[in-house]
Design a protein around this ligand. Structure first.
Ligand code: ARG
Length: 568
């Protein structure tokens, strides 16, 4: 990965530079200091603990070091610096510089030459599409949107499970029972899948025929291939229904896509002497992976029956993504249960030499479970794909009931319908994205659909409010000139958008954007409480401030995948 281009509105960056310069000038040490936002009750804007770290290294008094550094700080962005506590440096920003910089807020961004590939959603054909896939879809799509917003080229890859033993089972079952696939629906597929699994586990003859079927499928026998295609088509209809509601579009590149490359990837490991045979299977042993009994855990890349597996496909996929797709950064969004598998794949590819962490950034962005309010694991009743679409429909239905109550008579049915779709889906997405990705998350319709607190509706409501204020104003906007403390606070919050997304592009934690959005909405509401816009002397400047605020809201909504409304 190359360096992220410097944005003129990234205040933390600017302060870092200013303090870095001061440290070098005053004590001749070159380092990039950490700068953090000050939190109330502190009234400074930013602070740094760098003097304390330096003093420790230099074996000097932190207050003395702080004083020396502080005296060397000089930058147009900084109005005042002061020492606090055991050696913190508090920073106060210069308002006229903020005002001048504000013209750059939400200006068009230059494109970024890097290519980011995100592997997300990735359900399995004929198996249940469960809430984990919903999380992967929502989180993955938000990351994709973030990188798009930042001007990167983004490849959104749907690594659908469309190959392997389960298809051997399913196809064998369909052929042997002469089932009518042409009129089949996804629910039929799931049922047949379950039945075929029972046969597979209980009937050795069936098991053998199913395994042979995989080979026939792999050698592209025409009739078998046709059945497989049909199964895919039926599943795709089910998936697409969900994607349409969520407004996500991925490039479908299922496991079968990598089929032609599986043998050569195993050969590559073989040639390099990286394979060991264990219980008849070809394995790669990697340092640091142990099973429950503390024995070395292998990554199996070719089974004893010579079939390839999930790991082989992932090894081939990673190679393809690096060499053919030429991705600079590759992100896998799956539940944390797949963490070990993915890290073994990354390490194996590294050992084999086709992936170098120095050239490509390959990461797993894991997420936790979805829980019911009572703390139990939320599961679709075994194998019911429709539950997921029902979940989305229920959110929309509940949103509609809430809206009907709020509006009583004064709105027409169609408009309510449209609004409910937006609010319901927004609520599902936002509830997920506002939780820390890596933790488990509690699914609650009641909570996600509320109009207060950190919810999609509250944030959207604030956005609609800004629009209605602006509608009443007649004046031409003028450069921002700060008059009131909450006005200053709002402007500062706008700048902090840049720090937030910069952090998220590194740690892939979308909840930071939700947190930011909520802070922005609350700050706007404080401003609205304290500052009149229409008809006051500051109107023209405040119009500009609100225009920028709208842009900040819109950027967050866009990144989080939320749709907006013009009335609420
Ligand atoms: N299909 C898998 C599942 O449902 C997820 C695939 C994730 N991506 C990958 N390259 N392994 O668990």
């Amino acid at each position: 990965m190359k360096n992220i281009p410097f944005n003129p509105c990234h205040l933390q960056h600017k302060l870092q530079e200013a303090v870095q310069k001061a440290i070098f000038k005053s004590i001749g040490i070159s380092l990039i200091p950490e700068i953090s936002r000050s939190k109330p009750p502190q009234d400074s804007d930013y602070q740094t603990a760098v003097a304390m770290g330096l003093a420790k290294e230099m074996k000097k008094n932190p207050i003395e070091v702080g004083q020396i550094v502080l005296e060397a700080i000089s930058d147009p962005l900084i109005r005042k610096v002061e020492l606090a506590g055991p050696g913190f440096i508090n920073i106060y920003l210069e308002e006229s510089t903020l005002e001048a910089l504000s013209t750059h807020l939400f200006a068009p961004r230059p494109p970024n030459p890097e290519r980011i590939l995100i592997d997300y959603s990735s359900p399995n054909v004929a198996k249940e599409l469960h809430v984990g896939h919903l999380r992967s879809t929502i989180i993955g799509d938000s990351l994709a949107r973030l990188f798009e917003w930042l001007g990167f080229e983004v490849m959104k890859i749907n690594h659908i499970g469309d190959f392997g033993t389960q298809f051997g089972m399913l196809v064998t079952f369909i052929v042997e029972n002469n089932l009518d696939l042409d009129n089949g629906r996804l629910s039929d597929l799931m049922e047949w899948y379950r039945a075929s699994k029972v046969s597979f586990d209980g009937d050795p003859g069936f098991k053998k025929r199913a395994q042979e079927m995989v080979v026939r499928l792999q050698s592209s026998e025409e009739e078998i291939h046709r059945i497989w295609q049909k199964i895919l088509e039926i599943s795709r209809l089910g998936f697409n229904e969900i994607y349409k509601v969520l407004d996500v579009r991925l490039l479908e590149r299922g496991e079968s896509f990598y089929q032609p490359y599986l043998k050569s990837v195993v050969d590559l490991f073989e040639k390099q002497g990286l394979l060991e045979i264990s219980k008849g299977a070809k394995c790669v042993f990697l340092p640091g992976y142990k099973d429950q009994n503390n024995h070395p855990l292998p990554l199996i890349i070719q089974k004893s029956d010579s079939g390839y597996n999930y790991a082989t496909t992932d090894l081939a996929a990673l190679k393809y993504r690096i060499e053919e797709d030429k991705a600079d950064r590759i992100i896998y969004v799956t539940d944390s249960g797949q963490s070990q598998h993915l890290h073994m794949v990354f390490d194996a590819a590294n050992k084999c030499g086709y992936y170098s962490p120095k050239k490509t950034l390959v990461e797993h962005a894991p997420f936790g479970l979805v829980l019911n309010v009572d703390g139990t694991k939320m599961k679709t009743r075994s194998g019911e794909v429709f539950r997921l679409i029902d979940l989305l429909k229920e959110a929309v239905q509940r949103a509609k009931e809430i809206l009907l109550e709020r509006y009583q008579e004064d709105i027409d049915e169609d408009e309510i319908e449209e609004m409910a779709k937006i609010l319901g889906v927004n609520a599902i997405k936002y509830a997920d994205l506002s939780c820390v990705r890596s933790k488990d998350y509690v699914f609650s319709f009641d909570r996600m659909l509320r109009f207060d607190g950190n919810t999609a509706a509250f944030n959207l409501y604030s956005y609609v409010r800004i629009q209605s204020i602006l509608k009443k104003c007649q004046k031409e906007p003028a450069p921002i000139s700060l008059a009131h403390p909450t006005e200053r606070k709002l402007l500062l919050a706008l700048f902090q958008f840049y720090e937030t997304i910069d952090l998220v592009q590194r740690d892939l934690m979308p909840h930071r954007i939700a947190e930011y959005l909520y802070h922005l909405a609350e700050t706007f509401n404080e401003f609205f409480r304290d500052c009149r816009v229409e008809g006051v002397e500051e109107e023209a400047s405040r119009i500009s401030l609100l225009h920028k605020t709208l842009k900040a809201f819109e950027a967050c909504f866009q990144i989080l995948g939320l749709k907006t409304l013009t009335r609420m």
